[in-house]
Design a protein around this ligand. Structure first.
Ligand SMILES: NC(=O)c1ccc[n+]([C@@H]2O[C@H](COP(=O)([O-])OP(=O)(O)OC[C@H]3O[C@@H](n4cnc5c(N)ncnc54)[C@H](OP(=O)(O)O)[C@@H]3O)[C@@H](O)[C@H]2O)c1
Length: 329
């Protein structure tokens, strides 16, 4: 059956301006890091994309290495895009990245011009796209001159292969330098993609201020700490959860009793607010005006519904914020 997007898709979502650019992003964006590789049923990935777009989630985030195996998330996404989403291409903001190991040898990793430009060419081929909306340098490269990496991003925009560029995982000072170089080149940095959640708050130590001052947007990845800031692990580790998979990024050892105790206390506050912990955790990341969008992952469509449900209750009282703060310290 031909996919027909929900005609009310723009009614349930809020769109927020990305820094001082002309682009608005949905308050919630969907990442394809997990659940889009060759180890996931294509039908499930397809359902996730349908549900996301039907809820007004117009921004989908990929990277060259998402899978497993690396590249397969872009390939599978490309297939679903071709089969279901081509009529909606201009309603979508599709991003990709390069910066982590992608192929053998010295040109398949980090931040050289050689790597970035050839990697994006490969990503475009895998997804069947002529351009991506946002292309990121995925992580800082301690060896390549920052000017070379930023010049590569500028070239990519001038070549028409990306409409905007961004950086990810750059610490505050380096981000400021990268943003200044891009401005001088005439290709402003649209956005920074850092990890940010109740459990991971390094961005509060300067990065968010830099972005605010320079008019660059931000999209917070892993706002649920991979699922830890949800009710998923309150009664043990479910067999179908990320912590039960062979993920390098979330495993049983990370779910310490100290952490679970915090999760239980946070969950009690969320219940009092009449929402799920996952919803409170997302609302908390969006609480100031500094974060443009929360970049979630999902293995089930109900998790996307949960995220969108958060928009109905985003306000925190000063007392609630103080109580949360006490739990997090
Ligand atoms: N730039 C970078 O370096 C970088 C790094 C990492 C991620 N990212 C981006 O950020 C995106 C999101 O990362 P993430 O997947 O770690 O984000 P996350 O939102 O913190 O975690 C998502 C996981 O939490 C669980 N979950 C979500 N909603 C839930 C709910 N309502 N109830 C219970 N469990 C729920 C699901 O895990 P289960 O599988 O257990 O159901 C889901 O896969 C990635 O796809 C990627 O696009 C970027």
């Amino acid at each position: 059956m031909v996919y027909q997007a929900n005609s009310a898709r723009y009614e349930s979502m809020e769109y927020r301006r990305c820094g001082r650019s002309g682009l608005k992003l949905p308050a919630i964006s969907l990442g394809l890091w997990h659940n889009f590789g060759d180890t996931t049923l294509l039908a499930n990935s397809r359902q996730l994309l349908h549900r996301a777009f039907d809820c007004g989630i117009t921004h989908l985030d990929l990277a060259n290495n998402y899978g497993p195996p690396p590249g397969s998330a872009e390939e599978n996404f490309g297939r679903i895009l071709r089969e279901d989403f081509l009529p909606y291409r201009d309603e979508l903001i599709i991003s990709s990245k390069a910066g982590y190991t992608m192929w053998d040898g010295p040109y398949g990793d980090w931040g050289s011009r050689k790597y970035l430009i050839s990697s994006l060419d490969q990503s475009l081929k895998r997804m069947g796209l002529e351009y991506v909306d946002i292309f990121y340098h995925h992580r800082p490269d301690p060896e390549t001159p920052l000017e070379e990496t930023m010049r590569a991003l500028d070239s990519i925009v001038r070549q028409g292969k990306a409409l905007y560029v961004g950086i990810s995982n750059y610490p505050a000072e380096l981000a400021a330098q990268a943003i200044d170089i891009l401005n001088d080149l005439g290709t402003p940095c649209l956005i920074h993609q850092p990890r940010y959640s109740m459990f991971e708050r390094w961005v509060e130590g300067g990065l968010l201020d830099v972005l605010q001052e320079k008019g660059v947007g931000s999209i917070a990845f892993s706002p649920l700490a991979g699922g830890q800031l949800t009710d998923r692990y309150l009664d043990g580790i479910p067999a179908d959860s990320r912590a039960a998979s062979d993920s390098k990024f979330l495993n049983a050892e990370q779910l310490t009793e100290v952490k679970l105790e915090k999760v239980r206390k946070l969950n009690a506050i969320a219940q009092r607010r009449g929402q799920k912990l996952s919803q409170m955790a997302l609302a908390w990341v969006l609480r100031g005006d500094t974060v443009t969008s929360v970049l979630i992952g999902a293995s089930k469509t109900s998790q996307i519904d949960d995220a969108v449900g958060m928009l109905a209750n985003r306000h925190f009282s000063a007392a609630e914020l103080a109580e949360i703060e006490e739990i997090l310290v």
